[in-house]
Ligand binder design. Structure first.
Ligand SMILES: [Zn+2]
Ligand SMILES: [Zn+2]
Ligand SMILES: [Zn+2]
Ligand SMILES: [Zn+2]
Length: 302
């Protein structure tokens, strides 16, 4: 009896295994080719809102799957002529109908612009900003626009204090429209300073400052911190007010000192004196005294 039960169990296990295998739907074609033997069904065309598709079915095992053919087309809205125009305060609408599927809908129309009319306007001067008041003829809304001040209309400068070769002058001018006064301090012509004019004049000064040992930098025509420092040192050496500004007075002192230097120095291989041979073979030190009044210069043999 026990033997029969054992055989019966074994049979049951075998049966179960076969049922399980059938449920997995084995496909001989798939086993051999790695894919089913698909057959394509009818293609369903896309509509306005749904994708087109077709069905694939395996000729061997009957498995199916669905593939998309084309995306949904979207509605093709056409105005029907039934509409309400927008105003500047109320959005309008237009009835539309889809040329493909016949669906009817309403589209919102954007607000119409205001119809501005100028109510009052004042022009700007150099003292008072002008303004323009406009009103919408439809909704009566108003808006005000300011316009920018105009520039002053100045008379020519009147010098109230003359500049000297080592000090600023002062000048004034008045707006002929509003009477606004402007005062300005100005440097005498030819003054060179840090952050000021660049170019040949600055470079000529730098070349002399380098040659006399005040400036240890390239003469690049830009009046920077080093040039300013060199001018200060030279002013100290010349007994001038040491402010680093190359006033006409300072420039004259530079020229005079430079003339004395080039006429008394023998050009050495290391000396940076950009000049031709000098007659006097005497040697002297042109380096400036940093704190003392001008160092005595070598006297020319001439
Ligand atoms: Zn198959
Ligand atoms: Zn449609
Ligand atoms: Zn309006
Ligand atoms: Zn003015």
């Amino acid at each position: 009896m026990k033997k029969f039960i054992a055989i019966g169990l074994a049979l049951a296990v075998l049966l179960l295994a076969q049922v399980a295998a059938l449920a997995e739907a084995p496909c001989a074609y798939f086993d051999e080719h790695g894919d089913h033997d698909w057959e394509q069904g009818d293609v369903q065309k896309p509509t306005c809102t749904t994708d087109g598709y077709y069905e694939l079915k395996c000729k061997v095992c009957g498995v199916t799957k669905t593939e998309t053919s084309e995306p949904a087309m979207g509605h093709d809205w056409q105005e029907t002529g039934s509409k309400e125009e927008s105003t500047c305060t109320q959005e309008g609408w237009a009835e539309v109908k889809c040329a493909n599927c016949g669906e009817v809908s309403k589209m919102t129309l954007p607000l119409a612009p205001h119809k501005w009319e100028v109510k009052s306007e004042t022009k700007s001067t150099c003292a008072v900003k002008g303004s323009k008041v406009e009103e919408c003829s439809v909704c009566k809304q108003t808006r005000t626009t300011e316009s920018n001040l105009l520039p002053h209309v100045y008379s020519a400068w009147t010098v109230s204090k003359q500049a000297t070769d080592h000090s600023q002058g002062r000048r004034e001018r008045t707006c002929t429209v509003c009477g606004n006064k402007e005062t300005e301090y100005f440097y005498p012509d030819g003054t060179l300073m840090r952050g000021g004019k660049r170019g040949d004049e600055v470079q000529a000064l730098q070349i002399k400052l380098v040659a006399m040992g005040f400036l240890h930098d390239v003469a690049d025509g830009i009046f920077g911190k080093n040039t300013e420092q060199a001018v200060k040192q030279l002013q100290l050496a010349e007994g001038l007010h040491s402010d680093g500004i190359a006033w006409p007075q300072t420039l004259a002192a530079v020229d005079a000192r430079y003339q004395r230097t080039v006429s008394s120095v023998t050009p050495a291989p290391t000396a940076a004196v950009p000049t031709g041979p000098v007659s006097a073979p005497r040697r002297c030190t042109p380096s400036p005294s940093r704190t003392r009044p001008p160092a005595p210069m070598c006297s020319s043999p001439r």
